[in-house]
Design a protein around this ligand. Structure first.
Ligand code: NAD
Length: 411
C-alpha cells in the first residue's frame, strides 16, 4: 500500500502518528515508537554454481516495551532494510492489538527462495542464526516463518540455536508439530479470519447463518478461512486460487474440496477466473492471497458489504478510502489475520512450560481471544468515530505507549 515517494516504514509511522494525535500522546514518545531499537545487517556467503555469492540478511527489533520481540523471517529478493523496519514495526502493533506479551521484530534475507536448493536454504538459515544468536532467544527475540520460509526452515533454525545455546524450543515458533510445534498453529490464521468475519457480521446486526462469502486464495489462509466459515454456518459462494476459481450460489462444500491442492482439479462447479471472485455479489469478501489486489482498477466493481483482509495489504490506500466512502466495512489485516501470531504465542507458551495443549484448548483460546480483540477494536472505533483500521492502531499504540511510559524508558 505504498504511496510513490514515501517509504514503507514512513507509511507505518504515518499511521502511528495519526493514532498518537487521537490519543494525545507526547510527540517525543511517538518519535521513540517510530524508530527501531536495534537493526542488525549481516552478510551471508553462499557457495553456489562453483562461485561464492554474498547475500545480505537482516534482523530488525522494533520495540520490546511489552515483551520479547516477535516476527517472521522472509526469504525474498526484494527484502531490504526499509521493508524489514516497516514489517518489524507492524509486528509491534499487531502483538499489542491482540494483547500477547510480545514486542515486534522482523528478519529477512535478500534472495529468491524459489531458486534455492533445500541444502542452500539450510545453509542460509544456519548462518543467519549463528550471526544473530546474541540477539535471539525465547526471552529476547523469537522468529517465525514468513514468505519463502516454512516449518522445516524453523526446525533448522532451532537446531542451530540448540547447538550454540543449548535446549530452548521456544526460541522460534512455526515449527513442525513433530518437533515442538503446536497442534492448531497451521489452521490458526484462517480460523481467526473466520472468527473475525462472524464477529463483524454480528456487530453489524447481520446474520452469520447463511451469510454469503467469497474468498480469493486457497492456500493456508484461504482454505482454513473457508472451512471454518462453513462450519460457522456461512455460505462460501465463490473461491479462487492462482489456477482459477469456482462459484455456486447455493454454497460450495468446502469440506469436500479441502483435500485438493489447487482448485484446478475440483469438478462439479461453474468456473470463474481468479480475479472474478473479487467482484461477486456477496455479503463478505475475503481477499486471502496477494497484496494490492483491490485497487483503482477494480474497486468500483466490488459488490460486498464487508471486506475482511486475510492477506496482508490486499487493498491499496485509494481503494480503501473509496470503498469506505461507499459504505463498505473493512476489517484490517493487522486484526483479521492476527490468528497466526496468536497461534505462535500459544506454541511459545507451551514450549516454555514443556506442556502441550489438546487441539480443542488451542481452538477455544484462539476463538475467545480473536473475538475479544475484534470487540475491543469495534468499541474504540465508535468511541473515536473512526474506521476499524484507525481504531486498531489506536488500541495498539495506546498499549505500547503506556508500557513504554510505565517502564520509565524516557529516563
Ligand atoms: P499460500 O502460499 O499458502 O497461499 C496463497 C494462495 O493464493 C494460493 O492458493 C495461491 O494459488 C493463491 N494465489 C496466488 N496468486 C493468485 C491470484 N493471482 N489470484 C488468486 N489466487 C492467487 O499463502 P498464505 O500463507 O495462505 O498467505 C496468503 C496471504 O496471507 C499473504 O498475503 C500472507 O502474507 C498473508 N498472511 C499469512 C499468514 C499465515 O499464517 N500463513 C499470516 C498472516 C498473513
Amino acid at each position: 500500500m505504498t504511496h510513490s515517494g514515501s517509504s514503507a516504514f514512513d507509511e507505518v509511522n504515518e499511521k502511528v502518528a495519526q493514532a498518537g494525535e487521537l490519543l494525545k500522546i507526547k510527540p517525543g514518545v511517538i518519535k521513540a515508537l517510530s524508530s527501531c531499537e536495534r537493526e542488525v545487517v549481516i552478510s551471508i556467503p553462499l557457495r553456489r554454481d562453483g562461485e561464492v555469492d554474498v547475500l545480505t540478511g537482516y534482523r530488525v527489533q522494533h520495540n520490546s516495551a511489552r515483551g520479547p520481540r516477535k516476527g517472521g523471517i522472509r526469504f525474498h529478493q526484494d527484502v531490504d532494510l526499509d521493508e524489514v523496519r516497516a514489517l518489524a514495526s507492524l509486528m509491534t502493533w499487531k502483538t499489542a492489538l491482540i494483547d500477547v506479551p510480545f514486542g515486534g521484530a522482523k528478519g529477512g534475507v535478500a534472495v529468491d527462495a524459489s531458486k534455492l536448493t533445500p541444502i542452500q536454504k539450510e545453509e542460509i538459515i544456519r548462518r543467519w542464526t549463528r550471526s544473530l544468536v546474541h540477539v535471539l532467544g525465547h526471552h529476547r527475540d523469537i522468529p517465525a516463518p514468513d514468505m519463502g520460509t516454512d516449518s522445516r526452515t524453523m526446525a533448522w533454525l532451532m537446531d542451530e540455536f540448540h547447538r550454540l545455546e543449548g535446549f530452548q524450543p521456544a526460541c522460534v515458533t512455526g515449527k513442525p508439530v513433530e518437533l515442538f510445534g503446536a497442534h492448531g498453529r497451521e489452521e490458526a490464521t484462517g480460523r481467526g479470519v473466520a472468527q473475525i468475519t462472524a464477529a463483524t457480521l454480528e456487530k453489524h446486526d447481520a446474520k452469520v447463518k447463511g451469510a454469503t462469502v467469497a474468498i480469493q486464495g486457497f492456500g493456508n489462509v484461504g482454505r482454513y478461512a473457508a472451512l471454518v466459515c462453513q462450519e460457522l454456518g456461512m455460505k462460501v459462494i465463490a473461491i479462487s486460487d492462482v489456477t482459477g476459481g469456482i462459484k455456486d450460489k447455493s454454497g460450495i462444500d468446502i469440506k469436500e474440496i479441502f483435500g485438493h491442492k489447487t482448485l484446478e482439479t475440483v469438478e462439479g462447479y461453474e468456473r470463474i477466473t481468479s480475479d472474478e471472485v473479487l467482484e461477486i455479489n456477496c455479503e463478505v469478501l475475503i481477499p486471502a492471497a496477494l497484496g494490492g489486489v483491490i485497487n483503482e482498477t477494480n474497486c468500483g466493481k466490488i459488490n460486498a458489504d464487508f471486506i475482511v483482509e486475510g492477506a496482508n495489504q490486499p487493498l491499496t490506500i485509494t481503494a480503501d478510502r473509496e470503498l469506505r466512502a461507499a459504505g463498505v466495512v473493512i476489517v484490517p489485516d493487522i486484526l483479521a489475520n492476527s490468528g497466526g501470531v496468536m497461534g505462535s504465542y500459544f506454541e511459545w507458551t507451551q514450549n516454555i512450560q514443556e506442556f502441550s495443549w489438546p487441539l480443542e484448548k488451542f481452538r477455544r483460546e484462539l476463538d475467545l481471544r480473536m473475538d475479544k480483540a475484534f470487540g475491543n477494536v469495534h468499541k474504540v472505533s465508535k468511541q473515536y468515530s473512526v474506521d476499524l483500521r484507525t481504531a486498531a492502531m489506536v488500541v495498539a499504540v495506546d498499549r505500547v505507549a503506556e508500557a513504554f511510559d510505565m517502564r520509565g524508558s524516557l529516563v
